[in-house]
Design a protein around this ligand. Structure first.
Ligand code: NDP
Length: 325
């Protein structure tokens, strides 16, 4: 069986993404062959491509995909040919039409969750689940700041936070993105590229600041996050879309009001099989209940991943992005 798969042989700009035709071997022990129907684009793919998160080269790219099991290797239990499944890694290689993947990294898809929804929401939605319910444990009535509120994770965060009764302030870079964040339920919008974010947040919270800040932007928003967080509040630094935050002196957390700061990762919160199953089940439940709608902002043919990376990194995308084999 032949497959088209992306490979990077060097780290760098989107142009380092190459496509190759490979023979797919029969699945090894513990593996299945997956025919992929939808691939999810994630910001972390750009960190791997650029080397911000180190990878051994050559490397496949992409973590998230949905598809159908084509063949099952030795020792695999609970999966059969024809099963619909999805994955969010941690192994790279999702930018492909067919590939072998570890069975342990797969989630069986419920009948009412489409492949597109799964590929658009599994990684970002499970991230949202742990960020809201297990990391910061947001409670009804709390004020929360969500940076990049119209992004893939951002739109899911806004909806999930509203579903549990939080007051949500979202930051965005454009009017179009403001409309999307509002539609998702954001109570207030701050245009962080042209407004003083912390000043606006203080105004909107009667001076108190927010209980929790979700910051996936990183360096560009770090100062605003510090100044927007209320006394003993929590900054959840969960990504680096602008650049990583480095060289912080812990004393700053004291001077801003005994703040907490955490740098969580999905792969830790989903390391345990029971946590994985429970987290994904919670995501499907939120989608099924209509509390969280998955916005697929744009789709590209799989082999236009290079353009999709350019658009993601130039802030031209909103919601989730799919690459279609
Ligand atoms: P997004 O769809 O949110 O895209 C990134 C958005 O960030 C842009 O659309 C843009 O929104 C905003 N942004 C602000 N500054 C910049 C900049 N300088 N360059 C590019 N974008 C910028 O991506 P994802 O939903 O895939 O991921 C969001 C964040 O969540 C990322 O940081 C990602 O790494 C992180 N993440 C972390 C996980 C974890 O386990 N810790 C798991 C999953 C995701 P705007 O135009 O409104 O400014």
């Amino acid at each position: 069986m032949q497959a088209r798969q992306a490979v990077i042989r060097a780290t760098g700009g989107p142009e380092v993404i190459e496509w190759q035709t490979v023979d797919v071997a029969a699945p090894g022990a513990g593996e299945v062959t997956l025919r992929q129907t939808a691939v999810g684009l994630n910001y972390i793919d750009t960190y791997h491509r650029r080397g911000i998160y180190p990878v051994d080269l050559p490397s496949g790219l992409g973590l998230e995909a949905a598809g159908v099991v084509e063949a099952v290797g030795a020792g695999v239990e609970g999966l059969s040919v024809g099963d619909r499944v999805a994955t969010f890694g941690p192994a790279r290689g999702a930018y492909a039409d067919i590939r072998n993947v570890a069975a342990a990294s797969l989630f069986k898809l419920p009948e009412d969750i489409s492949d597109e929804t799964a590929a658009a929401a599994l990684l970002k939605g499970c991230t949202t689940e742990f960020l809201v319910e297990r990391c910061a444990r947001v409670e009804p009535g709390q004020a929360v700041l969500v940076h990049a509120a119209a992004g893939g994770v951002g739109l899911l965060l806004v909806q999930w936070l509203k579903a549990i009764g939080a007051t949500v302030i979202g930051t965005v870079s454009s009017e179009e993105k403001a409309a999307l964040a509002k539609e998702a339920g954001a109570d207030h919008i701050v245009f962080y590229t042209r407004e003083d974010t912390a000043k606006r947040v203080r105004e909107l919270t009667g001076g108190a600041g927010v209980r929790v800040v979700y910051d996936g932007v990183g360096l560009d928003t770090w100062e605003a996050s510090l100044d927007s967080t209320g006394r003993r509040g929590l900054i959840v630094s969960y990504g680096n879309a602008s650049a990583p935050v480095t060289g912080i002196s812990l004393g700053i957390l004291a001077t801003k009001g005994s703040l907490y700061n955490t740098r969580p990762t999905l792969f830790d919160y989903y390391a345990d099989p029971a946590e994985r199953e429970a987290g994904a089940a919670r995501l499907w439940q939120m989608i099924r209940a209509g509390k969280v709608k998955v916005t697929i902002g744009q789709t590209y043919p799989l082999e236009q991943a290079e353009q999709a990376h350019r658009d993601l990194e130039s802030r031209a995308t909103s919601g989730s992005t799919l690459l279609m084999p």
